[in-house]
Write a protein that binds this ligand. Structure first.
Ligand code: A2P
Length: 270
């Protein structure tokens, strides 16, 4: 069951599980990964202008035969000087071969958190996207954009896992009705060998990846693990048929290394 969703503040529904395609080169590898995910029941694909693989995502969507309306597609505005978010959204739509995306987010707060937002609102008004949001925004950056916005950001996509458990940011998002989305939930693979994660996985007869992903979805945090291997894409979707105990959740929470900091102090990620 991969259809569990969360409602965004604007009423749109985001599936809790999506496939991320960061660092997947445009071409067969990306087309295959996205097509497999759709065959295996994923209904949420997360790409970006900066990834350079929107055409492959679009091709896979068409090849899969899954109706466009059944799939939640996110892409991200690549924030460069003088780039117009609405014009760039239109280019993304052409590459993806769709008439709208479901979520369009500012990839990171390049040049400050607010300048691109009016263009994001315009992209929504023009029907290029159903929802708009941000990524890699700190509490302060989120407050700045929300204060200046006609339409508040629906989501803030950040690196998030038990090891990057940004409680301060998460609480700020929850308070202001912004859904925090988790990218790199496996720590780009680095967290899979952790002793606590492995111990819980063994007891539950699950895999470390499933434990890390379950930790997010059990909190209703949308999560977008990346894989280009069919069996891993399948494994990562088997997270809705088991539960972590309160004790498991607490043991995983204790792995946090961010100690209350948020993304602003971790700019090393991009
Ligand atoms: P690959 O794409 O070769 O399958 P994250 O989502 O945190 O960025 O992590 C992505 C990394 O974790 C990729 O290197 C991916 O490798 C690997 N990965 C994804 N799912 C699994 C899994 N179920 N088991 C082991 N490694 C995985």
């Amino acid at each position: 069951m991969t259809e569990a969703t969360r409602r965004l503040a604007d009423g749109n529904e985001i599936p809790l599980l999506g496939l991320g395609v960061w660092q997947v080169p445009d071409g067969a590898e990306c087309v295959n990964a996205v097509r497999w995910a759709l065959e295996l029941g994923y209904r949420h694909i997360d790409t970006a202008q900066a990834y350079g693989n929107e055409e492959s995502v679009g091709r896979a969507l068409r090849d899969s035969g899954v109706p466009r309306e059944d799939v939640f597609i996110t892409t991200k505005f690549y924030p460069r000087r003088r780039a117009d978010p609405a014009a760039e959204a239109e280019r993304s739509l052409r590459r993806l071969g769709v008439d709208h995306v479901d979520l369009y987010i500012i990839h990171w707060p390049e040049g400050g958190p607010t300048w691109a937002w009016p263009g994001m609102e315009k992209a929504r008004e023009l029907g290029y996207t159903r929802s708009i949001g941000v990524s890699n925004f700190s509490v302060e950056e989120l407050q700045a954009v929300t204060g200046a916005a006609s339409i508040a950001p629906a989501a803030n996509q950040v690196q998030f896992s038990p090891f990057e458990y940004r409680r301060v940011l998460l609480e700020a998002c929850e308070r202001s009705g912004v859904v925090l989305e988790a990218y790199s939930p496996l720590g780009t693979g680095r967290h899979l060998g952790d002793a606590t994660v492995t111990r819980i996985a063994e007891r539950l007869e699950r895999t470390p990846a499933q434990v890390l992903l379950r930790w997010c979805v059990q909190r209703e945090i949308p999560v977008i693990p990346k894989s280009t291997h069919r069996e891993r894409i399948e494994e990562n979707a088997q997270i809705f048929d088991f539960t972590l105990t309160g004790e498991d959740m607490a043991a995983l929470d204790a792995l946090d290394r961010t100690r209350g900091t948020d993304v602003a102090r971790e700019r090393k990620w991009w």
